[in-house]
Design a protein around this ligand. Structure first.
Ligand SMILES: [Zn+2]
Ligand SMILES: [Zn+2]
Length: 549
């Protein structure tokens, strides 16, 4: 790999250089008027101050002159200023934006142009040995950002396959793939990563293995679990982007809330036959997924029915047929949006892009954010406990919580905990201790008489329970989870950071299996929330929250 040394120049110098370049190559004729300041600000994506600085430098070098009230005009290139023009143009040569664009000879490429990256040094990759080399020719591509990115892919079905394939090809450095499902023959028509021999294997595991095979330079990790109850929030907390490749509203709503709580952007995709949509949700920026749901849909999802088990079953019905082609298109858009987020490029947050494959029409519309949306809440400061879900009991956690928040503090659960199923006919009671979403309608029936049993649910631990000796894992709390507690006035957030080495390592399918880092987290560490609460929700820690309460 050969790196050519280049000096770095300010944005203003780069812009001045580009304008000088158009004088030299004749795109701008002497005496012609420059585009308006507003146009140039928009074209170069720079501030007015930067543009003024660039123009001043050109004026000082006698390359342009101001005509008051009219605008800027180019000067003749002559013996006095030609060397200055070349000197300025040389500084801008590190980036290539066609000079024709400045002169207005090139049609605009859309409302948003790729930002100039003057800091990017010229780097000539060796395309024979450098897998990611081609991307070096993309002016804004930042290899380190891509290589260090942490991306969570939720769902490894048709969309997930396309997304994971794209992320691996792009060299997205750390992929975490979660799916609870196993591969069956019908998946093979829409899943580029799966083979016939994979029948009955875990989708997440096979997808992760194939991603690693496509690009051994990336790190992967998989988890066979349902995202609504099986993924610790501490995983989401450490991600840069979350990509939802889901086929049901319940899982989307869960991902949406988790991402809002952790203040992370997520990219949703949905497909049906030849139709599809993609959308980016960024906490605090426009609508979130829950804002897009109708009142009736939210009611369906809140599971407040006489029979919560059946209500959930209905939510999961109505799976839609899809094609590999629409999965490619929408999965492609999703992957690209993630790439933009990794580069901190602008995205259309809170908007939806529909693609209609029947007439190849694509249109983007904005959702209206809902003031009363229950997802709009971001966790505050998170206390990292050296605790683990497997070994920490409810009693242990309650003790820690009450030391901080007083004797009346309670632990709030993310979803209803089904403690038992009681048969109204035989008057038997079966202890369950699983999140409601983990119990099927069939399992709700009495083994003796077949009657659908009554559910006994709780969503808070207040210290009166007769099961305080149980571990957090035994009531369905996932590893590396972040639990919340409140005393009626204040919320506090506690992460089971002792799970970190095992719950988040990105080390699956490494050729030399390294020893997992099993050092316990030392002591109780308080850290600031890694990211600021979303705009408009600065009072996150005292905000309201209701999740199926
Ligand atoms: Zn919302
Ligand atoms: Zn019974």
């Amino acid at each position: 790999m050969k790196i050519l040394p280049v000096n770095r120049y300010s944005l203003a110098e780069t812009v001045a250089g580009k304008i000088a370049g158009t004088l030299i190559d004749g795109t701008l004729k002497p005496g012609s008027q420059l585009p308006s300041e507003r146009e140039m600000i928009s074209q170069f994506e720079i501030s007015r101050a930067t543009l003024r600085e660039a123009l001043k430098s050109l004026e000082e070098n006698k390359l342009i002159e101001a005509r008051p009230g009219v605008g800027w005009f180019t000067s003749d290139l002559n013996a006095k200023n030609v060397s200055q023009a070349h000197e300025l143009a040389r500084k801008a040569a590190v980036v290539s934006v066609p000079a024709a664009r400045l002169a207005g000879n090139e049609p605009p490429t859309g409302p948003r142009r790729v930002p100039i990256a003057p800091e990017k040094p010229i780097h000539i990759p060796n395309l024979r040995t450098d897998r990611q080399g081609t991307f070096e020719f993309i002016s804004w591509w930042e290899r380190e950002k891509v290589a260090s990115a942490k991306v969570l892919v939720v769902g490894a079905g048709a969309l997930g396959n396309e997304v994971i394939k794209n992320l691996a090809l792009m060299g997205m450095g750390n992929l975490f793939i979660i799916d609870f499902d196993t591969i069956e023959a019908a998946n093979l028509s829409r899943s580029v990563l799966f083979r016939e021999s994979d029948n009955q294997r875990s989708k997440a595991e096979v997808a992760a293995a194939r991603a690693k095979a496509i690009n051994p330079q990336i790190n992967v990790q998989f988890l066979n679990a349902d995202v609504t109850s099986g993924l610790g929030l501490g995983v989401i907390r450490r991600m840069d982007v979350i990509i939802g490749c889901l086929d049901n509203r319940e899982a989307r709503l869960a991902v949406n809330r988790f991402c809002y709580w952790m203040n992370k952007p997520w990219v949703d995709g949905a497909i049906q036959e030849l139709l599809g949509l993609a959308r980016v949700f960024v906490p605090g920026k426009g609508a979130c997924y829950e804002c897009t749901l109708t009142e009736a849909a939210i009611r369906d999802l809140s599971l407040r029915y006489s029979c919560p088990l059946l209500a959930r079953q209905n939510v999961l019905l109505g799976k839609v047929p899809t094609t590999p082609t629409i999965a490619s298109i929408i999965g492609g858009i999703q992957s690209q949006e993630a790439l933009k987020l990794i580069h901190s490029m602008p995205v259309e947050a809170g908007k939806v892009t529909h693609f209609n494959g029947l007439n190849n029409e694509m249109h983007t519309t904005a959702y209206v954010p809902r003031e009363d949306c229950e997802s709009h809440w971001t966790y505050g400061e998170i206390t990292e406990l050296p605790a683990r879900a497997e070994s920490t009991t409810l009693e242990d956690l309650l003790r820690i919580v009450r030391a901080d928040l007083g004797p009346n503090a309670v632990i709030e659960l993310d979803q209803e905990l089904l403690t038992s199923l009681d048969c109204p006919v035989c008057h038997t009671s079966e202890q369950i201790f699983l999140p409601l979403s983990q119990v099927s309608f069939e399992a709700g029936h009495c083994a003796v008489c077949g009657t659908l049993r009554d559910t006994v649910l709780t969503h808070a631990i207040n210290g009166d329970e007769n099961f305080l000796h149980r571990s957090l894992a035994s009531i369905g709390v996932p590893a590396l989870h972040i639990l919340r507690a409140n005393n009626g006035q204040e919320y506090r957030f506690y992460e089971l950071s002792g799970d970190l080495p095992e719950a988040l390592h990105f080390r699956h399918f490494t050729r030399t299996q390294q020893e997992p880092d099993t050092r316990p987290v030392q002591g109780r560490i308080r850290i600031k929330a890694e990211s600021q609460p979303a705009e408009g929700h600065a009072d996150g820690a005292t905000g309201r929250i209701k999740l199926r309460a």
